[in-house]
Write a protein that binds this ligand. Structure first.
Ligand SMILES: [Cu+2]
Length: 739
């Protein structure tokens, strides 16, 4: 559909303003301002706002008389504003909803200063219901919903704030480090997690691999609720990807399954080669490669880095059994196509090694179809330890509480379509002066730059630690920021459907240089969903290229005829996304839209869009003053302005001191289940005594240890439907702050 001309020209001038303001040094970092809270979790709410969550801790920023652990960051100004969050969002999972709201699941009990249990206890006395100083409530069953607002809205109104009231909306069981995956009908399945937390989700020897004496939560549930069920393994923050069939690809420890969550049927897939763990705390980078017409929208999942340390080293809930900061992270990359279109058996395929080993590396899919990896460390694992390790007391840990060492501060780009042996590059990239270790995050912004924030391997705020609580955000500019001209498409839609009539987008002649026919051939239209980022993951992150054809016009403008989303909501679940138009790999700004009908439920489906044939005009050409380019700044890093002495420290660590240590663990395992009131007051410093000491564990020769690595164990075990411990608060969707 064409827009009337005056409207077009207005849009074109707005777009032109945008494209000229985008000049930045490709491959460089710039200051992203102060996030006020440490950015453990983030998501992009719309074209104006990024929402940030931290754990409840002693941040200086205050809100309603207590330290803040929520904030909203303005994309244009880089200014953060505190937001009130009631429950402790420590290590939640999160996902979008079909209407563009975001929801987060679970967290930690209430804690106070020093990470100690909150002043008011849950019944049983092992976990906090509330803390008088930080004023956080128990978040272990919390479900928090946020309806993203923009500058035109009243941020003080309840509809722009977090809805966070476990008496109205809560999980059926306590979950910390659960996985979350959206389904094709807009539900979210919430999978596994700890009951109360720890370094890994097991005791040792591992004699009760399913529930670990009720400290592991091997169940799954749905939001909105449907029924109960479960997972297990080295399984915190399992990696989950919805497949076109509706099954969910799940990878945890070294096991892989395709899971039919409707019927709770698992189909085992091959184990991860080389014994490399990718889930927390090994924390490899993972992503679904772009879904394109060329690959027939067949998902391929890539895993890079993590750790291949022996399974014994993972220890137990309390701490690792080895000094992880001395153990190099994996450099290995593997790809798997879980549902091959040719009917062949799914298999892991060795991919190019990363340029260096990384734990806590994070893949950010870029609009041009390449993947950026940022953050992380050369050695060790995620997590922190206030308990030391089995072999080193906390006081002997060389990097404070951090279990990782050797920050990797240079991003790298992975090109999934390049020939093997040439897929990785960091040519021309600056290094960041800021280590981004445990509890860092990164997400694609609407201008196609990448926001990087957080890092806090500390139990509470510690700005003097070797790896301190970090509030400084940075923006990284991928190589396409070297382009002098970026596409400024007109007529980007606000909603898309599954199948149905195609729509038109206009590319003005000013958006490119050279032959119009060539530019049109080199144009793609993509949907990007950055997802909910935490713990080096972007839950729900997806890139989908829409089909398109074009009509080249005599004036050099190009009319793109663009297909709706393929008629299968499992390929791109309903909900928010940004649309970008790329010309020769140079993206436009992203334009916010909603895919689907905005509702939870079966999505309307129409036949796939039918596109007209291409029409070319050999004489037409673009009018941009310079051709677009994909070059980056030279290796000297012309864009870098923030080099500091920290770079020296990092160099030393990388170069051989190799490793120093960190450990830290972790937060307490508390077996008490959350119950109503009946709280009593007790001293708050007893946390570490809840861990059984090594001498209290069964001697290895008296028990047949079951290693975590067994993949014969069913990953999903239904929980008893009538389990009365699992309180379930009934609620109605219309009572929730949906738009
Ligand atoms: Cu965490």
């Amino acid at each position: 559909m064409l827009l009337p001309f005056p409207f077009l020209s207005l849009l074109a001038s707005i777009a032109a303003m945008f494209s000229t303001s985008l000049a930045a040094n490709a491959g460089s970092f710039s200051d992203g301002g102060n996030t006020l809270i440490s950015a453990m979790m983030m998501f992009v709410g719309n074209e104006e706002k990024v929402y940030i969550l931290d754990k409840a801790e002693g941040n200086k920023a205050q809100i309603n008389g207590h330290p803040a652990w929520g904030a909203v960051w303005d994309i244009a100004s880089h200014q953060a504003t505190p937001m009130d969050v009631r429950t402790n969002s420590f290590c939640s999972s999160g996902m979008h909803l079909p209407n563009g709201s975001y929801i987060t699941f679970g967290g930690n009990g209430a804690i106070g200063p020093g990470g100690n249990i909150g002043s008011q206890l849950n019944s049983g006395g092992f976990s906090g219901a509330w803390d008088s100083q930080y004023q956080d409530f128990d978040g272990t069953r919390a479900m928090r919903i946020l309806n993203p607002c923009a500058n035109a809205n009243d941020f003080a109104s309840a509809s722009c704030q977090w809805f966070d009231d476990p008496t109205i909306l809560s999980l059926k069981s306590t979950r910390w480090y659960s996985a979350a995956e959206a389904t094709g009908d807009g539900n979210v399945v919430i999978i596994g997690g700890f009951v109360n937390g720890g370094y890994v989700n097991r005791n040792y020897p591992n004699i009760d691999p399913l529930t670990e004496g009720n400290a592991a939560n091997p169940t799954y549930e749905y939001y909105p609720p449907r029924f109960l069920a479960t997972t297990s393994g080295l399984n915190a923050y399992a990696h989950t990807f919805l497949m076109p069939s509706g099954k969910i690809f799940v990878q945890a420890n070294i096991s892989t399954v395709l899971w039919d969550h409707e019927n709770n049927i698992e189909t085992p897939l091959p184990n991860m080669p080389g014994g490399v763990a990718r889930v927390y705390p090994a924390s490899g980078a993972t992503a679904m490669l772009p879904l394109t017409p060329d690959n027939n929208y067949t998902p391929t999942i890539i895993f890079c880095g993590g750790s291949d340390m022996p399974e014994y080293n993972y220890g137990d809930y309390r701490f690792p059994y080895a000094d992880t900061w001395n153990i190099p992270a994996s450099q290995d990359c593997q790809r798997i196509t879980p549902e091959p279109k040719d009917g062949s058996a799914p298999a892991y395929e060795q991919d190019d090694n990363m340029l260096e080993g990384r734990t806590m590396g994070q893949f950010i899919i870029l609009p041009d179809g390449k993947l950026l990896v940022v953050n992380g460390a050369l050695n060790g694992t995620a997590g922190y330890s206030s308990n030391g390790t089995l072999v080193t007391p906390q006081e002997g840990m060389p990097f404070g509480e951090s279990l990782a060492s050797g920050p990797v501060v240079i991003p790298a780009i992975y090109d999934p379509t390049a020939p093997r042996g040439s897929r990785w590059s960091n040519k021309g990239f600056d290094s960041s002066p800021i280590p981004r270790l445990y509890h860092s995050s990164a997400i694609l912004l609407p201008d196609a730059s990448v926001l990087i924030a957080g890092s806090n391997p500390n139990i509470d705020v510690n700005t003097s630690a070797f790896f301190p609580t970090t509030y400084e955000a940075e923006i990284f500019y991928p190589p396409y920021f070297s382009a002098m001209t970026r596409p400024a498409p007109i007529g980007m839609p606000k909603t898309l459907t599954y199948g149905g009539n195609p729509f038109n987008i206009i590319i003005p002649a000013t958006s490119y240089a050279g032959s119009s026919n060539d530019a049109a051939d080199a144009t793609t239209v993509v949907l990007m969903r950055g997802g909910f980022t935490t713990h080096a993951m972007n839950m729900g992150q997806r890139h989908l290229q829409l089909n398109n054809t074009f009509t080249v016009n005599g004036d050099g403008s190009i009319t793109l005829h663009v297909a709706q989303v393929p008629p299968n909501p499992n390929i791109f679940q309903p909900g928010p996304a940004f649309m970008f138009v790329n010309i020769r790999g140079i993206p436009s700004n992203g334009s916010y839209l909603i895919v689907g009908n905005g509702q939870v439920g079966t999505q309307p489906i129409s036949p796939a869009s039918v596109l007209p044939a291409n029409i070319r005009v050999a004489s037409a050409s673009g009018s941009a003053s310079r051709p677009s380019t994909t070059g980056v700044n030279d290796a000297t890093g012309t864009g870098g302005t923030k080099k500091s002495s920290l770079g020296l420290i990092i160099g030393l660590v990388v170069g051989g001191i190799a490793l120093i240590a960190l450990v830290g663990t972790i937060i307490g395992v508390r077996l008490a289940r959350r119950r109503a009131a009946a709280a009593r007051f007790v001293p708050s410093s007893s946390r570490s005594t809840e861990f059984p000491g090594p001498d209290m564990l069964p001697a290895p020769d008296t028990i047949e240890p079951q290693e975590m690595r067994s993949s014969e164990l069913g990953a999903f075990t239904p929980l008893a439907l009538n389990d009365k411990r699992l309180l379930y608060h009934s609620f109605k969707l219309e009572h929730l702050p949906f738009r």
